[in-house]
Design a protein around this ligand. Structure first.
Ligand SMILES: Cc1ncc(COP(=O)(O)O)c(C=O)c1O
Length: 424
């Protein structure tokens, strides 16, 4: 399902024109299609309908409560990487038994909180962490269900900043160390080894790295089981790529065919941790033109959204397609433009030489595929109005997070008493 299409000359999310939302809420604002999220999840669920498989939505991709709830209501669990994300998943209505907790270094408080809630599984990334979990579980009189995150040493062929499964990456434990660690875990008090976990990176659009990593992971899973540790769950992580420009994402069917081929004959529960694929193309960022200006031989379109709202272009050189909310006529004259934000940083550039109509102050544009790693990575840098978030479902829409004006951003800041004297 396409979340954003032109209808009667206006770009719409499902049945709601984006300019209706922008007029009601202001810009910048993120807009998400509930239908597109559900459709993505349903494609994966259908592809694995003949096997026990739980899709734990990686909350980090977009942690708005309404987004988590939309996916939870459609049958997803949650993959979390902090105590705060567990709190969000619970607040969104997820049962603890559908929450996995990953993350390279969990604090004592986070471990205690996760165990007290009775979550499904803790994905462990080091021996010191395992020992802390063991101690805290004993203190609480419980046993922690754990999976080790294995680093399969596979290059996912994606951007270096979102690659996690090479041996030099900071994530997971070395493949070669796993058998000994499972042996140790099985004999530790307060620990119940239940599974094996891996995740090799994000925005992966070719099936080979997944296949290579999974093959290694499954061989190891077999070896651990044969060694007498009764693992029942294989958590194959997330990382499924989406279309930003002209990428060809792996289809759920092709992916399922590959995984089921590798798993033939094995009795186990599958867990996946898709983040980006469930929400990226379901979301856009709407922004307004402040000014258009020409200087140094270039034409700049300056928007009211910048790297404070969507940092992916500045951080990862990410590409987001830009569409005017008013559909340009077929014969419209387009000009190359540098689309930039208002932030005082040279890297606050969304794209160079984008062919657009000569938009004027107040005209609006949408950045597509902005539903993942967009709003969650926003900051208050430069103290500008933050972006509101809006959820659309059919012909309904609701603000799921209001924009915060600068005054609200500093409302809890404190000037210490010794600075209280009047400034003259
Ligand atoms: C352990 C783990 N699982 C799942 C994900 C989600 O990845 P994606 O959004 O690419 O599906 C991540 C992302 O960094 C992760 O670290």
């Amino acid at each position: 399902m396409k979340a954003f299409t032109y209808a009667a000359g206006r770009l719409a999310c499902e049945a709601v024109p984006l300019d209706t939302i922008a007029a009601a809420v202001g810009t910048p604002c993120y807009v998400y299609s509930a239908g597109a999220m559900r459709a993505q999840l349903a494609a994966y669920q259908a592809a694995f309908a003949d096997r026990p498989a739980l899709f734990c939505y990686a909350v980090k991709a977009n942690s708005s409560l309404a987004v988590i709830r939309t996916l939870a209501a459609a049958g997803a669990g949650a993959d979390t990487v902090s105590g705060g994300e567990i709190e969000r998943a619970l607040a969104a209505g997820l049962p603890p038994a559908k929450i996995v907790f990953a993350g390279i270094a969990k604090t004592d408080d986070e471990i205690r909180f996760a165990l007290a809630q009775g979550i499904m599984q803790l994905n462990v990334e080091s021996v010191p962490e395992l020992l802390r979990i063991s101690a805290i579980a004993c203190e609480l009189g419980t046993s922690a269900p754990v999976a080790f995150r294995i680093n399969p040493d596979v290059d996912a062929g994606t951007h270096s900043k979102i690659s996690t499964g090479r041996k030099e990456d900071k994530f997971g434990i070395a493949h070669a160390d796993a058998p000994a660690l499972y042996g140790m875990a099985a004999s530790l008090p307060g620990i119940t080894p239940v599974g094996l976990h891996l995740h090799i990176g994000s925005q992966i659009t070719s099936i080979e790295p997944f296949e290579q990593a999974y093959r290694r992971g499954i061989a190891l899973f077999d070896e651990i089981r044969a060694g007498g540790v009764p693992l029942r769950r294989l958590d194959l992580g997330g990382g499924f790529g989406v279309r930003y420009r002209n990428e060809q994402p792996i289809t759920a069917t092709a992916f399922a065919r590959m995984v089921k081929g590798l798993l033939a004959g094995r009795d186990l529960e599958l867990v996946f941790e898709p983040g980006r694929t469930l929400v990226a193309e379901a979301g856009c960022l709407v922004a307004s033109v402040i000014f258009r200006k020409e200087s140094g031989g270039r034409r700049f379109l300056i928007l009211d959204a910048g790297m404070n709202v969507l940092i992916r272009p500045a951080l990862y050189d990410a590409y987001h397609e830009v569409l005017p909310l008013a559909e340009p006529p077929a014969n419209a004259h387009l000009e190359p433009m540098d689309v930039v934000g208002p932030i005082c940083e040279s890297s606050d550039i969304f794209g160079r030489d984008r062919y657009l109509p000569l938009l004027e102050s107040g005209d609006r544009v949408a950045f597509l595929s902005a539903g993942a790693y967009g709003a969650v990575m926003a900051s208050d840098y430069n103290s500008r109005m933050s972006a509101a978030e809006v959820l659309v479902d059919g012909d309904r829409f609701a603000v799921i997070k209001p924009g915060r004006p600068p005054r609200a951003q500093f409302a809890d800041e404190v000037i210490p008493p010794w600075l209280a004297a009047e400034v003259s």
